[in-house]
Write a protein that binds this ligand. Structure first.
Ligand code: DOR
Ligand code: ZN
Ligand code: ZN
Length: 424
């Protein structure tokens, strides 16, 4: 039998500022401690001892909100290119959204998408099933019963794709027959989603909250013990673009007027600030990117909603840490621990013995220019943060115990991504 590969990360620092060393055995974290004695492993060809020299060691980022465009729209992105963008930036797990072609609204389409992702993704993946305007509740019941997914995404406002559900009866049935429902809901639709969850649902995850006003609706729901209960909890997601971009930046150039478009649209600077405050009060549960790649030519030709995000999310947040806007501890909560908890992912999201070895090493001091000092891996070939000077960069990504990204390069020889499993 082939021996497990062993990796020992020496001299790391965790988000609390404590020394951390990690022993990875095969695909599992075997030991996490302040000091791992590497002497018994020296001269063993199965063992790699890596001195990370005081760099930050974190669990890999879990981005539960991406649109990887496969199947059907793969000229924008596919599971290979999208997962390369992830691995480079420190994202070791992504969840894909259902507005592909065909939509992920039948069991058959779901299984086909899973097959494509397992063949092509170099990081871990999960799939969100979709609620359909044509009433696919029987399919929802089937895929939940068969344990193929544990989440359903619905669109309650117009966005990219043909998935808007306007029929109240269908909406109620979707909530009634799902576990966690993720919603694209803006303005009054947030109130409606909160009400549906309270009356019929088993959990609500409000995607990409863009503004103070909408955040306040969700905060009120979270604080109301009749609305936010163990039986039907309410979760809040914020994207990097609603934190770092606003209408002022969008309106500053003709190009930005076209490129910086998405649903929900960017809001004011004061909204950015409110969202940061909400984060620091603990009212936001996750950072999800809403990675929604479109070609730049499409974006410039006509208003097209969505922008890429996985390649810059962690670096932007570490840069924000360097500017005193957020703690590293909170970044780890929002980007690793909470996504795993909310999606009930098995053995990921933490640096814990017995967990899968999804580990990243971050140089929090490294200064670099986006799009100049790196190569864009997303097939769409651009980023809204091009030319931004950031301090903080992912430098190593380990996925299920394999070093997939190191020294600025993706290791082309390993493909260790898996579909995530979830618990009940
Ligand atoms: O801007 C967006 N783009 N918002 C969405 O809800 C969908 C996404 C996409 O798929 O392009
Ligand atoms: Zn959306
Ligand atoms: Zn989305």
């Amino acid at each position: 039998m082939e021996k497990n590969k062993i990796i020992i990360l020496k001299n790391g620092i965790d988000v609390f500022g404590n020394k951390i060393e990690i022993l990875v055995n095969g695909e599992i974290i075997e030991k996490v401690s302040e000091n791992i004695d590497e002497s018994k492993f020296e001269n063993n060809e199965n063992v790699r001892i890596i001195d990370v020299e005081g760099k930050l060691v974190m669990p890999g980022v879990i981005d539960v909100h991406t649109h990887m465009r496969e199947p059907g729209v793969t000229y924008k992105e596919d599971f290979a290119t999208g997962s390369r963008a992830c691995v480079k930036a420190g994202v070791t797990t992504f969840y894909d959204m259902p507005n592909t072609v065909p939509t992920t609204t039948t069991e058959e389409n779901l299984l086909e998408k899973k097959k494509l992702a397992s063949e092509k993704s170099i990081v871990n993946f999960g799939i969100h099933f979709g609620g359909s305007k044509n009433d696919n509740v029987e399919e929802i019941k089937k895929v939940l019963k068969n344990g193929e997914v544990n989440t359903v995404k619905i669109f309650m406002n117009v966005s990219t794709g043909e998935m808007l559900i306007e029929d109240d009866e269908i909406l109620a049935k979707v909530f009634e027959n799902s576990k966690l429902v993720l919603v694209h809901a803006e303005n009054e639709m947030i109130d409606k989603a909160i009400e549906l969850n309270k009356n019929y649902g088993s959990g609500l995850y409000v995607c990409h909250i863009p503004s103070a006003e909408e955040m306040k609706k969700v905060i009120n729901a979270k604080e109301n013990s009749d609305v936010n209960t163990k039986e039907h909890p309410v979760y809040a997601e914020v994207t990097p673009h609603h934190l770092f971009l606003n209408t002022e930046i969008r309106e500053s150039t003709e190009r930005n007027k076209m490129l910086l478009r998405m649903k929900p649209e960017l809001r004011e600077k004061s909204d950015n600030e409110f969202l940061w405050e909400a984060i620091n009060r603990g009212e936001v549960d996750t950072i999800g990117t809403d990675h929604a790649p479109h070609l730049i030519s499409e974006k410039l030709e006509k208003i097209t909603f969505g922008m890429p995000g996985v390649e810059t999310s962690l670096a932007l947040m570490i840069n924000a840490y360097n500017e005193g806007k957020i703690s590293l501890e909170m970044i780890q909560k929002l980007m690793c621990e909470n996504p795993a908890k909310i999606m009930k992912i098995e053995k990921r999201g933490k640096l814990q013995e017995g967990y899968f070895a999804d580990v990243i090493v971050v140089d929090t001091k490294k200064e670099w220019i986006v799009g100049i000092d790196d190569t864009i891996e997303s097939k769409c070939g651009w980023t809204p943060y091009e030319n931004w000077r950031l301090k903080g960069k992912n430098i190593m990504t380990i996925v299920n115990g394999e070093i997939v990204y190191e020294n600025g390069k993706i290791n082309e020889n390993v493909k260790s991504g898996k579909e995530v499993k979830f618990y009940d």
